[in-house]
Design a protein around this ligand. Structure first.
Ligand code: FAD
Length: 637
């Protein structure tokens, strides 16, 4: 019979474990089941972005069916209420699940430390639902404040307090500082009507960061965002209308609580398992074993100790590495191999305070603000790539950069506008037709039969005669009159008029543009390359001209069919780049540059084969990544 492995909790640790088992089980007879109370995985690290109305709630939850599609992992949506460790049972309201190996990865929940009124009146930021509740509450506060005449109640409604100046609290108040600007505009308030307060009992914010980053963040929050920072301040009581601290009382209808972590409720119910510390996390050894050798635990719900017996912080990296390490040890146990010590390595931390400020410390290096912001995007995109493939990271980046809902600057407002792909469909067809036409014309002109390239480029084999030199020497041919010359040495940009002459009479006149690359004292890179590569022998010339013709035909067909349109458009740009740096291009073909750029933005998804090809390719790559083997045929969805 197959070994039954159950993973309880589809958070960061649970998903990492399930995917590891699925990919590495090879021929082991294993049934892998993941159970979660929600049908989705929540990106907990991004909750503040929903609470602060930066992104839509759908961007922080990912369907478990989507994550585990095309794998051998069974997903069960159920809430486990109890354990029977003697019988190896997990118990929900209606069902009992049997396992041979269990991994508990139920995460953490907020801690209220018995503070009077806190649990009843605060807004914890710990789940998908919490983030929506906070967002709607803040909108409601502004709405109500704009409708009442009572000044003190208005001030209370417009005072927002965050409890806890760790990563979550600071990121939350940073989001709020950003969001209140459009809210004030919408409801007719001044920024000075709104109070933003953050409270912590420690003497500094973001205590896990280095001193310089702490000071920088503190200054930015106070001076730029107008946030009041109350340190060494303990929340002692919360009522519906005020926060009472050991130093003062703050009239408010909002306390967002981010200050305490306790181990998952259900892990707390696992009475037979050992707990440690005030947070009551599960005790595990260096293999992520609990006291039972077939029961493992990982992620936030455990206290996983480093070599100095200090627990690793409850962070995503800890969860991923303990989850994967536990999965590896489950496989080791099944195979009868030795258990392996799990070495957690943390690479750094980063905190974003609103849209335009971030601090980070990656592998001991403090990064500048812009790089910290980029790192945050890259880290999240990488995580989503791990669990959802390219579509995961693409969706994340789109949600963050294009679909962002918050206040946007002038530039952002413009680049985030969306357009339906089918608007670019006729342009894509026309561009494709032009390349195909160009290629076919070259075939009919004999480009496959004999040397033509030198003539086309206005050059002679082995040595060069510039087109304008030909024109100058005869009364028939092409005359180039440059009227714009920008010589940057690396690029020499020339714009002029190209006039075709027949026995001294002008028969056509067009604008013409050319870019010469690395143009020094009569020596230029492209003519040199052409002369020494393409025109050095007849075979070379034939090879290059056939390649150009075929490329034109292939790019044309790709664009016409909407097949890998992005790459087709890049090919189109490269061909244009080749022409503009060799022969130069006339004004009647300049449109192709702009059409190629426009076609890059998904033009093949509308009335093109990319509609089917791109999802299929993503599926093949994702399945290869998750299963460790190539699969080309899938069941119909
Ligand atoms: C607001 C916020 C911001 C954060 N920001 C950062 C950050 O910037 N960087 C960072 O590194 N870390 C951050 N963290 C911490 C990080 O999110 C956690 O360390 C990580 O989520 C732990 O992963 P996990 O798998 O242990 O638990 P979780 O991700 O919490 O997953 C636990 C899963 O178990 C499920 N579950 C729980 N009980 C049951 C039950 N009884 N039955 C069935 N299913 C159950 C839950 O539904 C959930 O899906 C943040 C945390 C929060 C709350």
């Amino acid at each position: 019979m197959a070994h039954r492995v159950i993973i309880l909790g589809a958070g960061y640790a649970g998903i990492a474990a399930a995917l590891y088992l699925n990919k590495n089980k090879k021929k082991d007879d294993l049934s892998i089941t993941i159970i979660d109370k929600n049908p989705y995985h929540t990106l907990l690290t991004e909750l503040h972005e929903v609470a602060g109305n930066r992104v839509d709630e759908e961007s922080i939850r990912i369907s478990l069916e989507d994550i585990f599609s095309d794998t051998d992992i069974r997903v069960i949506n159920d809430e486990i209420k109890d354990f029977d460790f003697q019988k190896n049972h997990l118990i929900s309201s209606n069902l009992v699940y049997k396992y041979d190996y269990l991994l508990i990865a139920v995460g953490s929940s907020p801690a209220y430390y018995g503070i009077e009124g806190l649990k009843e009146y605060c807004y914890p930021l710990w789940s998908y639902e919490d983030s929506i509740k906070i967002r709607e509450h803040i909108k409601d506060c502004f709405r109500r404040a704009s409708q009442i005449n009572d000044d003190s109640e208005r001030a209370r409604l417009l005072t927002f307090v965050v409890g806890g100046a760790g990563f979550t609290g600071v990121e939350m108040i940073g989001e709020l500082a950003q969001w209140i600007k459009p809210l004030c505009r919408r409801y007719g308030f001044e920024r000075s009507d709104v109070r933003l307060v953050i409270i912590d009992m420690l003497p500094e914010i973001l205590s896990l960061l280095d001193k310089k980053s702490i000071e920088k963040s503190h200054k930015y929050m106070e001076k730029k965002l107008g946030i009041e920072i109350h340190l060494e301040t303990k929340v002692q009581k919360l009522t519906e209308a005020k926060v009472i601290t050991d130093k003062q009382e703050i009239d408010t209808r909002t306390l967002i609580w981010t200050a305490g972590v306790s181990c998952g409720d259900i892990a707390g119910h696992a009475e037979e398992l050992e707990k440690v510390g005030g947070q009551q996390c599960l005790r595990v050894d260096e293999y992520c074993h609990t006291i039972y050798k077939h029961i493992y635990a990982a992620g936030d719900c455990v206290s996983f100790l480093d070599d100095n017996n200090k627990p690793f912080p409850a962070m995503v990296e800890t969860a991923l590495q303990t989850g994967e390490g536990a999965a590896k040890n489950i496989l080791n146990a099944i195979k009868g191999k030795k258990q392996e010590k799990i070495n957690v390595e943390l690479h750094g931390t980063m905190v974003c305070i609103g849209n335009y400020f971030a601090v980070s410390n990656i592998m001991g290096k403090r990064l500048p603000v812009w790089l910290s912001i980029v790192m945050k995007y890259l880290v999240n995109a990488h995580y989503l790539y791990q669990i959802m493939g390219l579509r995961g990271s693409a969706k994340y980046l789109k949600d963050e950069i294009v679909h962002r809902k918050q206040d946007k600057n002038f530039f952002e407002k413009h680049y985030t506008r969306k357009m339906q792909a089918w608007w670019a469909f006729p342009l894509r067809l026309f561009l494709g037709y032009m390349w195909l036409y160009e290629g076919i014309i070259k075939i009919t002109e004999g480009w496959f039969n004999g040397p033509k390239l030198a003539e086309f480029l206005g050059m002679r084999r082995g040595y060069e005669i510039a087109a304008d030199a030909v024109a100058a020497a005869t009364s028939s041919g092409l005359r180039i009159d440059n009227f714009f010359n920008l010589d940057l040495k690396i690029f020499h940009i020339i714009i002029g008029h190209a006039t075709r002459l027949m026995e001294g009479v002008e028969i056509a006149k067009n604008m013409y543009a050319k870019i010469e690359i690395l143009d020094f004292r009569g020596w230029s890179l492209m003519p040199w390359m052409i002369k020494s590569l393409a025109l050095s022998s007849q075979g070379g010339e034939m090879f290059f001209q056939i390649t150009i013709t075929l490329l034109e035909i292939i790019v044309g067909l790709m664009l016409l069919g909407g097949v890998f349109t992005f790459f087709g458009s890049v090919g189109s740009l490269l061909l244009i780049a080749m022409f503009v740096t060799t022969t130069g291009i006339y004004d009647y073909t300049w449109w192709m540059v702009f059409a190629s750029i426009a076609a890059m933005g998904g033009a093949g998804r509308a009335f093109g084969l990319d509609y089917w090809i791109i999802p299929y390719v993503n599926r093949v790559l994702e399945s290869k990544k998750k299963n460790g083997r190539l699969r080309l045929i899938f069941k119909k969805d």
